[in-house]
Design a protein around this ligand. Sequence first.
Ligand code: NAP
Ligand code: MG
Length: 453
Amino acid sequence: MSVSFDILNPATEELVQTIDLAGLDQTDAAIERAAAAFESWRNVAPADRALLLRRFAAAVDADLENLARLEVLNAGHTIGNARWEAGNVRDVLNYYSGAPERHFGRQIPVPGGVNLTFHEPLGVVGVIVPWNFPMPIAAWGFAPALAAGNTVVLKPAELTPLTAIRLGELALQAGLPEGVLQIIPGKGSLVGERFVTHPLVRKVVFTGSTGVGKRIMAGCAGQIKPVTLELGGKSANIIFADADLEQAAAAAPGGVFDNSGQDCCARSRILVQKSVYEKFLGLLEPAIHAVTVGDPADEDTVMGPLISAKQLETVSSFVPAGAPVLFQGTAPQGRGFWFPPTVLAPVDFDAPAYREEIFGPVVVVVPFEDEADAVRMANDSVYGLSGSIWTQNAGKALRVARGVEAGNLSVNSHSSVRYATPFGGFKQSGLGRELGPDALDAFTETKNVFIAT
Ligand code: NAP
Ligand code: MG
């Protein structure tokens, strides 16, 4: 019996498409095809594997506008963001197309012979993708995995499979052999779980909630199966009194409300030095009102809808009647999963809005005394994914960056993601790193070979 899933446009609640979800038999068949394809893919000459990845990148580039439009329709991303996301897939593929021919082992001096190391691919890699950034997060898994010689089965989120399905088609058009990259739309509890339990899947890359991540890690323990986990966040945006306050205030909404706050790197706690707290709030208010919320297909829109009715309900629960709403922007009324940009202050340190990941356009603003206080508050979280530091003092910026327990920090900027630099979390924000020069290590085993001379 096949089960289907209705995909709704989050901006209008209209039906976009109905998708058939894979069952257990289809999942197992795909995993077996991937295991068979691995035997030849791993032996494709490095230069040819590189060429295929570059052709895949070119196919994505040629389809960029179509991919972006699909994401606007399926996920409610603004068209500007969606174009960036499709471009990121292209860039990540191009970046890792350089890897197969540069994936060096080492010759290590030893007595009595020659010692060599090889980076062997793992086999079939299972990639589980959430709904918030369907394209980039898929590519951060499949591009380095394929470059290292693995084959990939990828499960998109039930809510957002359309761009992943299209990327699978583009891979085939570009000449990747059948079975090398397969997209399997289906339920996490079924297809995702099968990646964990199937012995032919040799690694799981999971991006999503910390709760599901814990379950996947525990499940993978049964086969000592390696995992990469990219999980939640509650990142701090630390603003010191000596910062360019105009710039910090103008940038703060983008640091948390981008993608309607559905961003694991969202700087959802703004910590402001007490001596400039009131001044900063005065500058923040117009910046919040400048966030135009509306039709994501409109080039001028800054923020679109939330992904689903369920997400709207979750986000709304953080702003109950009587919540300390300091400023609030506007959002369309009527159909669609809309929530306005919202600033909460003052909040208690044990308030859910201060502690929990909201994954929506809600931010708290809290004052701090001094540098030590700022670092302590930033670290007072089970999460540690990203964060920003605003100051004109370079020494302080570096001290605080070294003190904050998070994987991705930016100074006088909110940028967290560059394909050439490592990305991932401390503490309960995850395990392992994606992107950057070392990502192939997460998709290979090191083999040591000694040859007696
Ligand atoms: P989620 O519920 O954890 O789902 C993520 C993915 O896992 C989906 O494809 C889901 O499938 C699947 N899944 C669900 N239960 C599963 C299970 N038991 N076994 C295997 N797979 C399972 O997360 P979400 O609600 O989609 O996304 C929001 C969360 O992701 C936030 O907490 C956010 O911080 C985190 N996130 C982190 C990063 C990062 O890089 N650190 C990036 C993006 C998102 P279904 O669609 O069928 O449920
Ligand atoms: Mg979920």
